[in-house]
Design a protein around this ligand. Structure first.
Ligand code: GLY
Length: 377
């Protein structure tokens, strides 16, 4: 991106004398040589700088591109390149090629990116037949005065910039869609007109009686996505999120991934955050924006992300008065949602309603999976 260094207090030369260079050297060291990684030599101790944090499926891309970031690469370029690895992988049915299609069997993709130093963003939604929506989102940011292009307009914008027309529906994804269609599953997104169910007198959300009013099964369809937040050697933040969205969604449905503040957000003054999982919950909580605002107020990344998840839990419990399937028998969200975040000093966190792994890459230990923190009941 070749943007000026806008982050106060970060000296790239000093940093490269410490952690980033050490990690890069560790990567290059022969296998029989001891690998030692020094902490960055900045006036204030900084850990994990430069840093990538994101969803578990970002690990392969992090392994390929973390070195570029450690060598001084631009955080947005690296975040997008990491996402593109999954977009091109037909085995990942949550994103790009091979993504699970909508109700009509059409793959519709959403993606967005944001760049801290300029506070600009770009996004595409419901784009079809384009392999790398994350790259198109970056072009929307760089080559237009807009934040979001959708559908046919997004497709034509991509084609005008030379992106080829690609059939994204793989045989495996077509078969999964056909099986869902053949079962005439009631596990879809259409809600019947109905009165809010009335709980029995004195019943709490935890009550078994209350749960019996649920008329639909819990949310089971996959809502995979890839998110990556990045912090460069110069302290610049950027992020990218890309997805094929909720499997078998109503055509035209847009989740949180291309919505700035929901599926991702960064601010050069405090940090970056992103989400994967049930997009509607992330939109209703404005989750990524909420986390970055909590970072601004001084919260540590783990505390900020947990607070955003707590809001999601309370919101799901209120929503369950109209949609009982939103909570389980314990009154906890029946769906999953993950948040990933980093701050300017290189602290990071991954949190989840249900658990699992997230991906992180820092100078000390390089790219790896770590356990997501789960909210206490
Ligand atoms: N989080 C991805 C989606 O709901 O579309």
């Amino acid at each position: 991106m070749n943007e000026p260094n806008t982050a106060p207090g970060y000296d790239r030369r000093t940093f490269l004398g410490g952690g980033a260079a050490a990690w890069a050297l560790a990567c290059a060291a022969p296998a029989n040589q001891e690998r030692t990684v020094a902490a960055p030599k900045t006036s204030t101790p900084r850990t994990g700088f430069p840093l990538l944090v994101g969803s578990a499926n970002a690990l392969v891309g992090m392994q390929r591109f973390y070195k570029d970031l450690a060598d001084g690469g631009d955080p947005l370029d690296v975040a997008v390149e990491v996402c593109k690895v999954q977009e091109a992988d037909p085995e990942d049915q949550s994103v790009g090629l091979g993504g699970l299609p909508n109700e009509d069997g059409v793959v519709q993709l959403d993606a967005a990116c944001m760049y801290g130093p300029t506070h600009k963003s770009g996004a595409v939604a419901c784009i079809e037949n384009i392999l790398h929506p994350s790259e198109v989102a970056k072009l929307v940011m760089q080559r237009t005065d807009h934040c979001l292009l959708v559908g046919k307009g997004a497709y034509e914008f991509a084609r005008a910039h030379g992106f080829p027309h690609v059939e994204l529906l793989t045989e495996a994804s077509r078969k999964a869609w056909l099986e869902w269609k053949e079962r005439l599953s009631s596990d879809d997104d259409w809600l019947q007109e109905r009165e809010p169910p009335k709980p029995p007198k004195n019943a709490s959300l935890e009550s078994a009686d209350w749960q019996r009013v649920a008329s639909r099964s819990a949310w089971k369809r996959p809502t995979g996505t890839i998110h990556v937040s990045a912090l460069s050697t110069r302290g610049e933040v950027a992020c990218c999120t890309t997805t094929s969205g909720l499997a078998f969604k109503i055509p035209g449905r847009v989740g949180d991934s291309p919505i700035i503040g929901a599926g991702l957000y960064c601010d050069q003054e405090c940090g970056s955050a992103g989400a994967t999982g049930r997009g509607e919950a992330s939109i209703l909580a404005n989750g990524s924006f909420a986390i970055v605002e909590l970072l601004r107020q001084g919260a540590a990344p783990l505390d900020a992300a947990k607070e955003a998840l707590r809001r999601v839990v309370r919101q799901a419990q209120r929503l369950s008065k109209w949609q009982p399937e939103m909570v389980d028998a314990d009154g906890r969200p029946s769906f999953n949602l993950q948040f990933y975040t980093l701050d300017l000093s290189g602290r990071f966190a991954g949190v989840s309603l249900k658990g699992g792994k997230f991906a992180v890459a820092d100078p000390e230990r390089g790219p790896r999976h770590e356990e997501l923190a789960v909210l206490d009941a």
